[in-house]
Design a protein around this ligand. Structure first.
Ligand SMILES: [Zn+2]
Length: 592
């Protein structure tokens, strides 16, 4: 048993999340965490909404609300959606808590003291007519990288690259259209070149990483520059230095505060658990392991920048230094990135309505139907396309006709003929063979999930479902009305296989797994679920909803013997067969 940190990318709180988002960071991290807990590890799964930055401020301005009102709204929407998907966070919090501010400022101060944050004079935009500083969000121009003509002063929304205002071609003020003048202003930079050697040394020890992630990270390190970590903005974490603390025109850059969320959320979880030091078991024990889940556009932050921040905090770059008050912190064990999901051959786009939000999806379909699709056909190692016809096919032909049918017909027949789990007679070679085949799945499926090959893992589990279906069809218990003992034996073997297959599928399909557990006469929690709890800010800020849960309960990753004689009732279907008409309905929604 070991301590396993599942660090899940932080969804940005500027709107509801669509299924492309949760297929990258959400479902895979939950499958992994559920499996690791079932296998006996002590998992801490943390994340929250990422709530600072210019885009939030811009949108709040456009809607005539404060940034705080905007993020309060979308934090709640996102919490409810992740809850609906059954994602088992130990803590899903947000970056606007006082705890998070304090942790970010402690990291900043220590990095500064150790010499890895340096002040630099750069060019900032100023309005010639008023003489006032123009915050990043009020400057627009053409992106020097992709040519998009409405790039903002800190970021291009078209290509996603971070920019500085003076890089924009034909910059203009969004307030009055005038051309801003650029004057010298001071900002803080993370001195990445001073951490490059330590980063390289650390990457040398990452021999289990996927080669493409290693190659990508090494290339980045070859060409590292100091990176700005403050902006001209009013919304964000204040800079915790003398003469800066009270300025309301400079804030810590959103990316810097968001990656520190993994640590601050772990600390918040510990403080809420009653043992404020408990987070150290996941962050300071060299035997603990940490897995970071994200989409591929975020690899750089997790394989290079967050490790650099941690190395600087630990005092391990070329300027040396000493760890701050938290003590030495461990770097990521593994960075697990996913590729992109597209929608009917196009990029997801809220503005062009090429989108389905998690909430709308869950109003019309079951969470496990989406979880199944993401696991078996999601963007694990290639960009993949979500189409409604493929969703329909996977749901009806595989989930309903494969797994659902096996569950339904075996339990129905046992309930009708025996009213209970039958008592088996002597087992034949074929009976023993099926049970052994299914039991071997605990090894094969588990090893694949542990190696982040979830597509192969669920395919293997579904192959075993196919074996059990074949066994039942070939044994044809319905033809044995005259031989009740043999019929009972076949049904017992099938139900035992169903029970073990249900355990193998639990990380992927937790809602269905709980129901099947109950259909087999089981009681208690089989697959624990997260709950939404309204909590007060630990340090006196406003209340907010968190996701948390007790995941110490639940079935273990091992075969469990079904007790003969346990009463069974006729089952209701666990999975819903979808009408083919949904494809046209959904496509019409996309076009409208
Ligand atoms: Zn661009």
């Amino acid at each position: 048993m070991s301590h396993v940190l599942t660090a899940v990318a932080w969804p940005y709180a500027n709107g509801p999340r669509h299924i492309g988002h949760v297929s990258g960071f959400g479902v895979p991290s939950d499958v992994f965490s559920r499996y690791m807990r079932m296998a006996g590890h002590d998992v801490l799964m943390v994340s929250g909404t990422d709530e600072h930055g210019t885009p939030i401020q811009v949108q709040a301005d456009a809607e005539g609300v404060t940034p705080r009102e905007l993020v309060d709204r979308y934090n709640r929407v996102i919490v409810e959606d992740l809850h609906g998907l059954g994602l088992s966070y130990d803590l899903f919090t947000r970056t606007t808590t006082r705890n998070h501010y304090a942790v970010v400022q402690e990291m900043f101060e220590t990095l500064y003291r150790n010499g890895y944050i340096v002040a630099k004079t750069t060019l900032g935009a100023r309005s010639p007519s008023t003489g006032r500083t123009l915050p990043d969000r009020y400057i627009e121009g053409t992106c020097p990288i992709c040519g998009y003509d409405s790039a903002r002063g800190d970021q291009c929304d078209n290509c996603g690259n971070q920019l500085d205002p003076e890089q924009l071609i034909n910059p203009r003020s969004k307030i009055n259209g005038e051309t801003p003048e650029f004057v010298e202003t001071e900002h803080f930079f993370l001195d990445l070149p001073a951490l490059a050697e330590a980063l390289n040394k650390w990457l040398d020890s990452r021999d289990e990483w996927r080669p493409n992630v290693l190659r990508f990270s090494r290339n980045l390190i070859e060409d590292l520059h100091p990176r700005a970590i403050t902006r001209d903005l009013e919304w964000g974490v204040p800079v915790p230095l003398e003469d800066w603390r009270d300025r309301n025109d400079k804030r810590i850059y959103v990316w810097f505060d968001a990656v520190i969320g993994y640590l601050s959320a772990s600390i918040e979880w510990a403080r809420r658990s009653g043992d404020p030091e408990a987070w150290r078991k996941w962050w300071q024990d060299p035997d603990a392991r940490s897995y970071y889940f994200m989409g591929k556009d975020n690899i750089v932050f997790h394989s290079v920048i967050w490790p650099a921040i941690l190395l600087g905090y630990d005092g391990e770059g070329s300027r040396d230094g000493k760890p701050g008050k938290f003590g030495r912190l461990e770097l990521p064990t593994e960075v697990v990135s996913s590729e992109y999901l597209t929608m009917e051959g196009r990029k997801f786009s809220s503005s062009r309505r090429v989108v389905i939000y998690v909430r709308d999806f869950l109003e019309r379909y079951d969470a496990d139907a989406l979880r199944y699709f993401i696991a078996v056909a999601g963007p694990e190692s290639n960009d993949t396309d979500f189409t409604w016809s493929e969703f329909l096919r996977r749901n009806n032909d595989e989930l309903v006709a494969g797994w659902g049918n096996l569950v339904n017909r075996s339990i129905s027949m046992a309930a009708k003929n025996f009213g209970a789990i039958p008592t088996p007679g002597p087992l034949t070679e074929a009976d023993e063979a099926l049970l052994a085949t299914v039991r071997a799945g605990f090894e094969s499926v588990g090893a694949l999930i542990a190696k982040h090959r979830q597509k192969a893992a669920i395919s293997e589990a579904m192959r075993l479902v196919g074996e059990a279906n074949k066994y039942m069809s070939e044994s044809a218990p319905w033809k044995l009305k005259e031989d009740k003992e043999r019929m009972g034996t076949i049904l017992y073997v099938t139900l035992q296989a169903v029970s073990d297959l249900n355990t193998l599928l639990t990380p992927f399909l937790p809602h269905a797994a709980q129901r099947i557990h109950e259909l087999l006469g089981g009681t208690g929690v089989h697959a624990p679920m997260p709950e939404i709890v309204e909590v007060g800010d630990l340090d006196g800020g406003p209340e907010y909803p968190i996701l948390t849960g007790d995941y110490t309960v639940g079935t273990r990753w091992e075969p469990t013997e079904l007790p003969a004689g346990r009463p069974l009732a006729p089952p209701t279907p666990v999975f819903r067969k979808l009408d083919p008409s949904i494809v046209e309905e959904e496509l019409a929604r996309l076009e409208s």
